[in-house]
Structures are given as C-alpha cells and as structure tokens.
Design a protein around this ligand. Structure first.
Ligand SMILES: *Cc1c(COP(=O)(O)O)cnc(C)c1O
Ligand SMILES: [Zn+2]
Length: 500
C-alpha cells in the first residue's frame, strides 16, 4: 500500500526518521561510550557491552495500543528497508537513516503450528518459528542485518572508507557474515575463522560461495574465538561475532515478531531457544523487556534455554538455586549434534546473568529457565519433528527435546503455548540425519539410532532385466516398455498396492 493510503493518524509514524541516542554501556563498570567508533569490549575494564538508547523514555509517550497499530500497519508498507527487522526501527536501530539499511530478505519467518498428532506426542501445544528460512538459512541473519546496516551507515556518514569484517563461527555466523558483507563489496570484505572439521559441508560452502576469505583453525569454536578476539583488539578489523552488541539488537526482532504473531498477547506463552554463545537468549530477553517497557505487551513470556549435556555451562550455572552462590565456570565441550551451540565459554554470559535477573524481577516471578538434554534426545526429536511436516535443524530438535523435558519438570502445562526456535534449516545439518540413518555416529556422540526413525532409499533394479537405462544409453521400444513394466511391478509389490 502507498503511504498516502494509510489512515491519517498512522501516516506520520509509518516511515521513521532517525531518532534516539544509542550508546554502548559496559556490563562490568557501567561506563558509557559513543557509537561513532565500533567497540566490542569496554576500553576501561574489557567487559562486554550492550547498546542502550539513552532517549528511550520518549517511546513511552506513545501508548502501547498506538505502537501495535503502527507495527501492524507497517506490514502493509511496500518499502524494502522496513520489510525486515527494521519494521521495529525505533527499538532496533533508531539512529539509522532508512537509506543505510541493508535488507536481504531476513526476518518475519513463518510460525508453524505442529500437527495435532505431534503435539499429542510431545505433550504440549507448540509452534516452530522457522528461522532457517532466513536468507543464509539461520537466525544469524537478523543480527548481521543490524551489524552490517550499522557498518553501511558508518561508511556513508562516518569517516570510515573500507572495512574488513572478521568473525569466528560454528558455521552459521560465518555464512551470514560473508553473505551480508559481500552485498557491501567492495567497501566491505570479510574473513571468517572456522574450527577445522567442526562445521558441516553446507556451512563451509556458504562463506566460500560469498567470496569470503575462509580460515580453518585446529581446535573448537572457543579456540577460534580467542584468535579473532586477539585480531580485533590489535588490528583494524570489524568483529562480527555476537560480542558485537549490534548483533544482539538485530536479533531482538525475533521477540517482536513472536509478539506480533500472537496479537501481542503473551500471557501463558513459552519461548524455547538453544543456547551456545548465548547471544540469542540475551536478545530474546532484551526484546521482550523493551516491548513490555513501552506497553506493547502486558506479560512477559517464559523463556527456556536448552543445552546439550556435551556443552552445558549455562545450565550448570543455573543449577544453583541461590543467585548469591552462583558461579560461572567454562566447560570443555564434547562433540554435539547441536554443533552450532557447541560452546564451552559463552561470550554473552554476563549479559545473560544481568538480563535474566532483570527479566525475573520485572515478571515478579522466575520466568527464565535453562534445561539440559542428551544428544540422543536431540536427534530423536529432531527426526520426529521433520517426520511431521517441519524443516527443523538439530537445534530445533534440541528445543523440542527441551520442551519435552520442561513438560516433565512441570515448567510447561496445558495452559501454555510454546514457540520453539528452529534456528537453522534442516538441510544445513543433514549430515547428522545421514549418520543416524546409516548408523555411523562416532561413539563420542552417544547416539544410537532407533530403527523406527531410520529411513533409506531403496534401489529398484529387477534381477530379470538384461537392460536398464544408463547415462548416454537410453532405452527405446520393447526394452523401454519392459523396463517400465518391471519397475512399476516391483514398486507396486513393495508398496503392497492393489490393482484397480
Ligand atoms: C548460533 C547458533 C545457535 C546458538 O546461538 P547463540 O546465540 O550462540 O546462543 C543455535 N543454533 C544455530 C543453528 C546457530 O547457528
Ligand atoms: Zn567497563
């Protein structure tokens, strides 16, 4: 719809002007810093930062009801910059002029309700939000759209000429970073660091295809992260890991979309996310808190983070009930099918601790939980979900396994409806499905295939046929007829079909 055709009271709010005053705030010493320069850690105490809008209170002057109308009407606006995460511009990047926004199709991913059969089997009412339907096939595109829009803004309006963007990755961050950086070529170039043999072939092909420089490093993600931290502290590069607070801002869009999907009624809702570097769960909490703060929603949903027993530092931390006695310790990870979350020392841990505390206080009750699941449960539920109409990756399976655990623990009951974050597309992690179906999981995963979940192609090659089509040698005439007849018979036999 054209802007002039919208209701008159909405028109002034449809296309936002740059506004607000974003600052980096240090979670260690509380120091505040301007955003003219890219910062990843506090220059004074080296803690992680978050971006805050020091003029946020202006947004509270608009009633929540009006915000809801603005966001709903923006759905009909035909303006690429506002078609993605920047539908919520005032909350995600208020200082950003529209012409700096990079939109490659991210955001507004489908929320798909599970079939009655699957809900019954899993024990709760639930939906998958398919973030694997973002352009590089994972939720990481939300954060990259924000980080690269900001970089684009610096290139346009700041005194920056060109940027080399770097990141360490368990696979999906590098795919997203390389994609968004390549759109801004030649002023932006990217380099990605991956743990050697710890990303899937699809994930490796993505940054290669986007033209990034790809470095494979021995070890696991945590080792790569140390190297890029060293690079970003000593050289002139832009860090695109979720240590970069702009990533978190963009990922808040997930919360806003979920709220909008439910017509802003978040009572008795539960959101479940896998937790690796803990950027995503940070963004979720932050997003819902902001929507609550400006009156768009009236209730905070329950948020449940899920970790595999093979990479569970956040779960371990929250095992201690008494907040005073909690103590964070990094863990050594073991191979996990939730490979993108195989992280022992999450960069965003201080953010999680701060925000979970604030979230629970605002909710007036504990609403943030972390549960743990086995590799076996992740694989089984991942496969079960996809046998019933979903395109969930192993991490989506991890969420479903987490939901089943939370139902058993009594955190979720029949009053709740649950949204599971399918953080990437199933195809990115199809090697784990293959390992399951072919029963060749290395022992260290601890996954034993269940026969009823295994599936394999069947070759149809009737023994009594002398000739079958081969490449460059098609059949014709009688031999083609015979081939078609025999193969059809064989398939009908295996399917136990009856003649009509
Ligand atoms: C990055 C990633 C995660 C983990 O998210 P964090 O923000 O690091 O906690 C989970 N699933 C997929 C598919 C990912 O790419
Ligand atoms: Zn500090």
């Amino acid at each position: 719809m054209r802007p002039e055709d919208f209701p008159h009271d909405i028109q002034p709010h449809l296309v936002p002007e740059p506004q607000g005053r974003l600052i980096y705030r240090c979670l260690g010493c509380g120091g505040e810093f301007g955003i003219e320069k890219l910062l990843y850690i506090c220059p004074d105490c080296r803690s992680v930062l978050l971006l805050y809008d020091s003029a946020f209170d202006r947004l509270k002057e608009t009633p929540g009801k009006v915000w809801r109308r603005i966001f709903d009407y923006r759905r009909m606006l035909n303006m690429p910059a506002l078609n993605g995460i920047y539908r919520y511009h005032e909350l995600i990047g208020p200082v950003m002029p529209i012409d700096s926004i990079v939109w490659l199709g991210e955001g507004h991913t489908p929320v798909v309700e599970a079939s009655a059969y699957l809900q019954e089997r899993a024990g709760a009412r639930f939906f998958f939000k398919n973030d694997g339907q973002n352009p590089s096939a994972s939720f990481k595109d939300r954060g990259m759209a924000s980080a690269l829009s900001y970089i684009n803004y610096l290139l346009k309006y700041g005194d920056v000429d060109e940027i080399l963007a770097v990141c360490a990755s368990t696979g999906d961050t590098s795919a997203a970073a390389a994609l968004y950086a390549s759109y801004l070529y030649p002023r932006v170039k990217s380099a990605v660091l991956l743990p050697h043999k710890r990303v899937t072939p699809q994930q490796l092909s993505q940054p290669l295809g986007s033209g990034a420089m790809v470095f494979e490093i021995p070890g696991v993600f945590d080792d790569c992260m140390k190297v890029v931290e060293q690079l970003s502290e000593n050289y002139n590069v832009a860090l695109l890991n979720s240590k970069n607070a702009w990533r978190i801002l963009g990922q808040e869009s997930y919360s806003y979309e979920v709220a909008q999907f439910f017509e802003y009624d978040m009572k008795n809702r539960v959101i479940i996310v896998p937790v690796g570097n803990a950027g995503n769960i940070t963004a979720l909490m932050s997003g819902f808190l902001k929507f609550l703060d400006i009156g768009v929603i009236e209730d905070l949903p329950i948020i449940i983070g899920v970790q595999s027993v093979h990479a569970n530092p956040v779960y371990q931390y929250y095992l201690e009930e008494d907040p005073e006695r909690r103590h964070f310790e990094a863990v050594h990870v073991s191979p996990s099918v939730a490979q993108a979350a195989m992280i022992g020392n999450p960069v965003s841990m201080p953010r999680v601790i701060r925000l979970a505390d604030q979230y629970n206080r605002m909710a007036g009750d504990r609403k943030v939980f972390v549960v743990e699941v086995s590799e076996q449960e992740i694989m089984d539920w991942h496969l079960i979900a996809n046998r019933h109409g979903h395109v969930s990756c192993t991490h989506g399976g991890e969420c479903l396994a987490g939901m089943v655990t939370a139902v058993k623990q009594g955190l979720i009951d029949s009053s709740h409806s649950v949204v599971l974050d399918s953080t990437a597309h199933a195809l990115k992690f199809s090697n784990f499905q293959e390992m399951y179906f072919e029963n060749r999981f290395p022992e260290e995963y601890g996954v034993v295939p269940k026969s009823e979940l295994i599936n394999a192609p069947m070759l149809v090659r009737p023994e009594d046929l002398d000739e079958v089509p081969e490449s460059g040698k098609p059949l014709a005439g009688k031999s083609l007829d015979r081939f078609i007849n025999r193969v059809s018979e064989e398939i009908a036999h295996r399917l136990e079909l009856k003649k009509v």
